[in-house]
Design a protein. Sequence first.
Length: 615
Amino acid sequence: MNHYDVIVIGGGHAGCEAAAASARLGAKTALLTHKRDTIGVMSCNPAIGGLGKGHLVREIDALDGLMARVADAGGIQFRMLNRKKGPAVRGPRTQADRKLYRLAMQAAIAEIDNLDVIEGDAFDLALTNGRVSGVITADGRSYSCAATVLTTGTFLRGLIHIGDKKIPAGRMGEEPSLGLSQTLLRTGVALGRLKTGTPARLDGKTIDWDGVGRQSADDDLVPFSFLTDSIRNPQIDCGVTRTTDATHKIISENIGRSAMYSGQIEGIGPRYCPSIEDKIVRFGERDGHQIFLEPEGLDDDTVYPNGISTSLPEDVQAAFLRTIPGLEKAHVIQYAYAIEYDFVDPRELTPALALKKLPGLFLAGQINGTTGYEEAAAQGLVAGLNAAHLAGGRESYHFSRTDSYIGVMIDDLTSKGVAEPYRMFTSRAEYRLSLRADNADMRLTPTGERLGLVGTERWTRFSAYRQEIESGRELLQSLNITPSEAANFGLRLNQDGKRRSAYELLAYPEQSLERLCQIWPEIGSLPHRAASALEIEAAYAVYMDRQRADIVDARREEEKVIPPDFDFGALPGLSNELKQKLKRFQPVNLAQAGRIDGMTPAALSLILAYLRKDS
Ligand code: FAD
């Protein structure tokens, strides 16, 4: 029997990062997936990043994960979303060439030492003394391991719906994964059903591009990865069109034929990524819903019409597409569909993404109730890291809400669970001024290096960048000016005679390094990225000081660890309902206990008092 330290099941976005992280830590790792060729496939929209999601991609990169570099290799329309808003909510995004992305991910996986790719359908897990000790494939092969990461995406008992047609599948044209749901159920884990959907794919040659609007890439292309110096791919335009009254009429008249509305789908769909029938039912027939026509590749005519996913039957889809400007004659390559699949209540997991009920098993990605490539990849990295730690006899590592969006997402999932597919937003992060996409490496690369996740190239480049920031900050703090001297340069300050440094001046509205260069030309020699980071840091300095105090408080709560054998039942004065919830979800620290639904300050004080008594 082949032995691995870590076996990762599933070669999607979560699985690739999990396998790569585990192997980077030196664990002998196998990526067991249905087909080598489908590693890195984007099941739905050909795009990476966006608001909140772009932050996750940058954080994966800061920890030397793959997604950012692969997106840079496959990106064909880079845009910085919210460019006009504050840096905390800017989100890098790119349209991706599906084929280039997939091939770049496969190449990245192939390059990693300690990592074998095995083709096969994982059907069951082998258990020894109540722990996972191996994986068994549907064709009878067995592999032993110290830890397993399950990243099966939408494949667990996946069921596609198109109108009243039902097709068991993990994705269109791919078999579902059936055995592992039974394995999970045997451990006593509750499985739920969620659903998601994808729009039709159109032949771009049959779209009337002159009849639709255009959206172009940015002029200055900002890569995802801190290691990418420039983007090489040519950049494409997307089309923009809208649904019409006629579209709404057809959909409304046929709403009962949608799998969603005819009661055939039990799973709950993503509220923030609704189907077109959902939009019409929920938001009424407002003046049309926007559709982005996204080309799927540089040498591929397929177009992804973003905004009209549906589970309506094919004849209704064909009819409503004809009512959309630009799509009147569009030929459909593949009709839209919805898919339902099993997921595990993420409150069954520790913040290391380990399943509490089955030692040795970690879960990441869509299986944990999330939606999106970026959310999946970020969890994969955490699960792979902790699986390798378990295999190597090291302590698990938890990211914090105070240091990353990764920490925010995992804390949300493991303490609150999900009522619908979870996706990342900047509004989920309470410390968003500190957790910016632009400073992900400053926040996380040192941690990644300490954990052994970060390779030499990144560490060398990061160290040089950090040095630039430190020297730049010293320079800006050393240059100073009085209010009357500043007036000579058109700068109006309080005439209090106080000298202010260039760093302090950056906190003033309308101030920028470019303007300060008129006073101190030496500022112009600061390296571009460091200069821009210092500009943001100085502008936010006052708010960040305040936020730092909140972060210290939050970390204090996180440091109040609740041991796994803590007896919540023995706490007098706690309601039975809270006792049950606490017993069921076993929060790992006081901060997590505080986020359990129904928790009160009095109950928290009680737990704290008992923790103190026990220690
Ligand atoms: P996946 O990318 O699904 O990868 C799972 C991998 O595991 C596959 O390679 C599969 O072959 C492999 N696998 C599964 N079972 C086994 C097994 N037993 N043995 C071996 N290998 C196995 N996201 C959005 O953000 N917005 C959307 O609108 C959206 N719509 C979607 C619509 C559809 C129809 C689908 C299918 C997905 C959609 N997604 C959407 C979700 C997005 O595709 C996922 O969030 C993301 O791909 C999840 O990544 P993952 O790694 O968890 O799983």
